[in-house]
Design a binder for this molecule. Sequence first.
Ligand SMILES: [Zn+2]
Length: 412
Amino acid sequence: MDRTVKLRVRVDYATYSALKEVEEEYREVLEEAINYGLSSKTASFTRIKAGIYGEEREKHKDLPSHYIYTACEDASERLDSFEKLKKRGRAYTDKPSVRMVTVHLDDHLWKFSLSIISISTKKGKVLISPTFPKIFWEYYNKGWRIASEARFKLLKGNVVELYIVFKKDEPKPYEPKGFIPVDLNENSVSVLIDEKPILLEANTKKITLGYEYRRKSMTTGKSTKDRDVKRKLKKLREGDKKADVRRKLAKLIVKEAYESSSAIILEDLPRNTPEHMVKDVKDSQLRLRIYRSAFSSMKNAIIEKAREFGVPVVLVNPSYTSSTCPIHGSKIIYQPDGGIAPRVGVCERGKEKWHRDVVSLYNLLKRAGDVTPVLLGSKGSHDPPVVKLGRWLRAKSLHSIMNEHKMNEMKV
Ligand SMILES: [Zn+2]
């Protein structure tokens, strides 16, 4: 597992120009390395290095030699991801373009300490006194270690942007004692805890559509290149806000699983949009955006958090999870026009009522191999408690939400 933290430091002119010199020569080596890789049809670091090292060493005599290694590594990574893009039909140039250069550093080229960071240049070592953002201390104080590799980029105004990489070993996933199925939907995420379903409102679709509406009203009749419009669009920060909701939700779920030594069960959703899930949205671009943030990004957020805590994740086949009765195995019929409760259906055989998301939860449990019998006809199966976005965002744990809900029910 690794995380990158950016540090911005303003340096004096001498330091800046020494680094500028490195950047320029590094770029030249990088370009040679990419060209070599392309002409000899390889993305292998070892082969690229073997191919160009001698000549580049001659050309760049005073450049610390490890920059040639790191440029070859950089080239190898760029060629690799270019190859992947090409396979997916997403490469729009015939070779990887080197527009942005961040200079890669290895343990010979830089040294880290909290007071001084040194970087090798053609004129010897330059020393930088860093100031650290809050996020740096969060990793630094929580058992992450600083990796031997780093990168830097030069910005305007004598500013150096350093990318410090933090690493941490992933804990080994434990043997689960139980399961927590998680069902993702366009507006909510539901979970089954202690056999009780609960729906957490995420409003992903509503939020995305809301932003789309605001964006449209800001740009109608105006150019998106207009400075004022640009500024307003930037202020929307749709991505940040949705990522925040995702992260918090993932954390609540993973913490709950961790504390009860459970595994999380998720639907192994297909890469492409299951169109039916958001079929009422006409615009296909918009549909894709909703799908990505409600399903794939949410799923990834949970998986990533689970890895951090060593919580095992079981991925199961998603087909028919909301349309098969978990008790009778028969079909569940939903009103085609929705009606007043569009997400509630009736079992064809037992005639009992089911909420779509609850059906999915029990079916996920079954598919993961759990054999706990499903309770018939409980209120929760067709009318599960719904927790509003604002409520769970402030909650410490899913358990505290469940307990609070129980208290409220007793009062009623
Ligand atoms: Zn049934």
